[in-house]
Design a protein around this ligand. Structure first.
Ligand SMILES: *Cc1c(COP(=O)(O)O)cnc(C)c1O
Length: 393
């Protein structure tokens, strides 16, 4: 028996446990001082009432012999796939219900999709970014090249014709930087992918934080994307489903490689290895798209968006360079006056009690930056903004 030796190439992920230790040590040093938690990318507001009552009704159905259900369709119940299809239509993107796969979340699908690709593909991953893309590919032993995000490109790297890639990750709005591509910029990525015969894996987990015109809501706003892109989305950050669990992935019927439909491959993979999402949760997800659900969720997102805006305003006042702060729950700021992002994290915690996330945890290009999240209550953010102003003055 041989283990998968690729696991030896994973970097130990101490980031969030390191942070927890530093915060615990701070509390011991300064008993009674307030901690302002803006570090972890997890929602803080509860499920929308429309979602809760839909799930309560579904639980009651499952307790009644007349309406009880056993195994469900692996791809998701038609009622939810239809609701997702209609939702795409609200921002002018047309997808077929057969192209939509309901899952327990974007992270699972982003990792599992790699099952349908050979191990000897070269993968292009933005740096800095959500660490799951790098780790899932390292586990399979794939060659990784990086698309460099930096201040010059506003942490939105564009394609480089000299770089050959088979699988391309794009995260927009980006975690951790909050930067988001316009449809025109995505068009350049789609054209590049189609020229290379590559497949784009587009992570739209923060799509619902985009209000009005500006950034794109979906990769399918670019022409030719149905021939090269798979899109991942989630109810986690949108509707507070990080514990409840539900997401969806779009694999276009037009997406073929070596004469094989990737939609059919993914269907085969999911029907073999995935049991689907519980009926109760899918009814909750469906309710997130109802008129009442949409209104309630929008209120929650507005709270996070206002928090992000307040942090950005405080940084504007202090003259600190940052990205994000709009169309995203994240603000990504330059670690002014510190040698590296961990030293900056320590100083900020010591002087203000604010807990952020050191940028180095998101890739080499994250060094020198810190992520603050807007997933906190308004009071915490108001206090943090006052402290940030004092800290930088
Ligand atoms: C939070 C997050 C996800 C995970 O979504 P789940 O549906 O909870 O698995 C995926 N991508 C990015 C960029 C995220 O920040």
């Amino acid at each position: 028996m041989k283990i998968n030796g690729n696991y030896k190439n994973l970097q130990e992920s101490y980031l969030f446990s390191d942070i927890a230790h530093k915060v615990a040590a701070f509390c011991v040093r300064h008993p009674g001082r307030e901690i302002l938690k803006m570090g972890i990318g997890d929602v803080t507001l509860p499920l929308a009432p429309a979602v809760v009552s839909a799930m309560e009704r579904a639980v009651a159905e499952q307790g009644d012999k007349a309406t009880f259900r056993g195994y469900g369709p692996e791809q998701g119940y038609p009622f939810l796939r239809e609701a997702i299809r209609a939702y795409y239509g609200t921002f002018g993107v047309f997808v077929d219900a057969d192209e939509i796969f309901v899952s327990d979340g974007a992270k699972s699908d982003l990792g599992n999709i790699l099952d349908i690709f050979a191990a000897d593909n070269t993968v292009l991953i933005p740096d800095p970014v959500y660490p799951v893309y790098v780790d899932t590919n390292r586990m399979a032993g794939r060659r990784i090249v990086f698309a460099e995000g930096n201040e010059e490109n506003g942490f939105l790297p564009m394609p480089d014709e000299k770089v050959a890639a088979d699988i391309i990750y794009i995260c927009s709005p980006n975690n951790p930087t909050g930067a988001a591509y316009t449809a025109r910029q995505l068009q350049a990525w789609v054209d590049y992918a189609n020229r290379q015969g590559a497949v784009i894996l587009y992570d739209a987990a923060y799509e619902s934080f985009i209000f009005g015109r500006g950034p794109a809501r979906s990769i399918y706003e670019a022409e030719g994307a149905k021939e090269c892109a798979i899109e991942f989305c989630s109810f986690s950050k949108t509707a507070g489903f990080t514990c409840t669990r539900c997401g969806y992935t779009v694999v276009p019927l037009a997406l073929k490689r070596e004469g094989v439909s990737l939609n059919k491959m993914w269907l085969r993979r999911q029907t073999t290895k995935f049991n689907g999402v519980s009926y109760i949760v899918q009814r909750g997800a469906e309710a997130a798209f109802s008129a009442a659900g949409r209104e309630q969720i929008k209120e929650n997102i507005s709270v996070y968006r206002a928090n992000a805006r307040a942090i950005a305003d405080a940084l504007d006042g202090a003259g600190i360079w940052y990205t994000g702060g709009k169309n995203s729950p994240y603000v990504w700021l330059r670690c002014a006056g510190a040698s590296d992002s961990f030293a900056f994290f320590d100083r900020l915690l010591e002087e203000t009690g604010i807990v952020g996330t050191p940028g180095a945890g998101f890739g080499k290009n994250g060094e020198g930056y810190l992520r603050l999240t807007a997933f906190a209550d308004e009071e915490t953010v108001k206090k943090a903004c006052r402290k940030l102003r004092a800290f930088f003055s």
